[in-house]
Design a protein around this ligand. Structure first.
Ligand code: FA5
Ligand code: MG
Length: 462
């Protein structure tokens, strides 16, 4: 905790100019600031205009689309353009956060003034959507803001997707939704991934069954929730695997591992978090639970019961595109953005991210005597000392070493004064976009290039 706080301080002092502007404009709306509350650094304020989740062909938007595809209409309706400035009522009070909850602190949250802040989660819109939504479910994607340390998986601005599904008691026989929910779970289908789930169905101290809910209902709703989210993660991994196999046909992925852990939120009970095993660590991807009945009651939906989840879009996008640093999503570099062109329109065209910061290059030289027109066995092929063209050799190199070749250039070309034989020397630069080539791979590739030059062009390596 100590170093996180230190990182927070360093981060905020660097970016927060002293004092506060009297008014800030966020996506065309003006807000009066107050000196004792305003704590939004310039770079965070600027980020409000980016809306990566709505930017066509951006990995955050593509990931949103893939999650959406797993929660289809008409059951789920999408709300993707809520304004990022919300009230403390929306972000905290409507969700039952107690007045002293640490999430409300200025050290954790970006405030504009005492009653307006940059939403810290998409749950800020739950109550409003429960009130206005006419279907059984909804999804909300949005940018969210938290004062937090910056590392490879944390950034002060990120994106979340909220999801919720409810069932109306009044249309169920006996007013019990359990049987209907179980039927809907069956309709979702099954999967054969082993999911570690050490939780008791409910945990009385932290996650009691709510008043008015039956144990059968909570069990059924929890199962529908977990199955829906497991199927979504499985779909994500299936797509990531297909994209990886396109790059490398021999690609073998580690088997997918998921686990449910008990969690605690002021707005759900019982609550869980889903973790995915990724590159040696358990990575938390979402929080979820059975919606607190007060939220539904206050939203004029007292006859409904159901579940909600909140997922970190970047966390999923990192798994999906194999992006290892969350900061990359904010890159304006064309080399990043152009990589995903066309994917929003066709999600099956998903491509893995190709790092563009360069891996080290390996330079290798090769020099050879061209065959003399009379003696070369391959002279019949037309490649004599005289007719030889530099591009012939380039083509051979490209054919053998493919994309691992970055550059081929001639650095010496001379004709022996007595024998009249011509010698040419090439420098080949080997480099992969994806990773560093090993010494053995380079040697092997260069040996093959030399053998092919001899074979195809009839040259004699010097
Ligand atoms: C929430 O924000 C709850 N609103 C989720 C929820 C919704 C629970 C509905 C129940 C019902 P949490 O703070 O754990 O929970 O964040 C949810 C997800 O956002 C995390 O699992 C993680 O994937 C992502 N996340 C959290 N902090 C960051 C960050 N700094 N950078 C990137 N992703 C983050
Ligand atoms: Mg969490």
């Amino acid at each position: 905790l100590q170093w996180r706080c230190a990182a927070r301080r360093a981060y905020s002092s660097e970016n927060t100019p002293p004092g506060n502007p009297p008014v800030v404009s966020v996506l065309g709306k003006n807000f009066n600031t107050t000196k004792d509350w305003f704590n939004v650094p310039v770079n965070v304020l600027k980020a409000t205009s980016r809306q990566l989740h709505l930017q066509n062909d951006h990995p955050v938007a593509i990931t949103r689309q893939i999650i959406q595809a797993n929660f289809p209409a008409p059951t789920y309706q999408c709300y993707n353009d809520f304004h990022p400035v919300v009230s403390t009522q929306q972000n905290f009070d409507s969700l039952g956060f107690p007045p002293n909850h640490p999430g409300r602190a200025k050290s954790d949250t970006y405030y504009i003034n005492g009653s307006n802040l940059l939403r810290t989660h998409t749950s800020a819109h739950q109550a409003d959507v429960f009130r206005q939504n006419s279907s059984d479910g909804f999804l909300i994607a949005a940018d969210v803001y938290r004062r937090d340390a910056i590392d490879r998986s944390h950034y002060p601005v990120f994106h979340q997707m909220e999801g919720a599904r409810t069932w109306d008691r009044t249309v169920m026989p006996g007013g019990d939704v359990a049987a209907a929910v179980r039927l809907d779970t069956e309709k979702l289908g099954t999967h054969d991934v082993v999911v570690e789930d050490p939780n008791p169905p409910y945990h009385p101290e932290r996650n009691p069954i709510q008043e008015g809910h039956t144990e059968a209902e909570v069990t059924a709703i929890g199962q529908h929730l977990k199955r829906s989210l497991e199927l979504m993660v499985i779909d994500i991994f299936k797509r990531a695997k297909m994209a990886a196999a396109q790059v490398d046909p021999d690609f073998v992925d580690e088997p997918l591992r998921m686990r449910w852990v008990e969690a605690e939120f002021p707005f759900t009970s019982p609550s869980w978090e889903l973790e995915v095993y990724y590159e040696g660590n358990w990575l938390e991807v979402l929080g979820c639970g059975v919606v607190k009945q007060d939220i539904l009651n206050n939203a004029g939906a007292s006859t409904r019961v159901g579940w909600a989840f909140g997922i970190g879009i970047e966390r999923i996008a990192m798994l999906l595109f194999k992006v290892t640093d969350i900061r990359l999503f904010w890159s304006q570099d064309e080399r990043f953005l152009t990589q995903f062109e066309g994917v929003s329109a066709n999600l099956d065209k998903l491509r893995l991210f190709k790092p563009f910061s360069k891996y080290p290059a390996a330079r290798r030289d090769v020099s050879f005597w061209l065959p003399s027109s009379s003696s070369s066995p391959s002279a019949a092929g037309g490649n004599t000392g005289r007719s030889f063209h530099e591009n012939d050799a380039m083509e051979v190199v490209r054919r053998v070493a493919g994309d691992a070749v970055e550059d081929v250039s001639v650095f010496d070309d001379f004709t022996h004064p007595k024998t009249g034989r011509r010698s040419i020397a090439y420098r080949i630069v080997y480099r992969l976009h994806e990773r560093t080539l090993t010494a053995e791979e380079i040697k092997d590739m260069h040996d093959k290039v030399m053998a092919a030059l001899v074979e195809d062009l009839g040259v004699e390596i010097r």
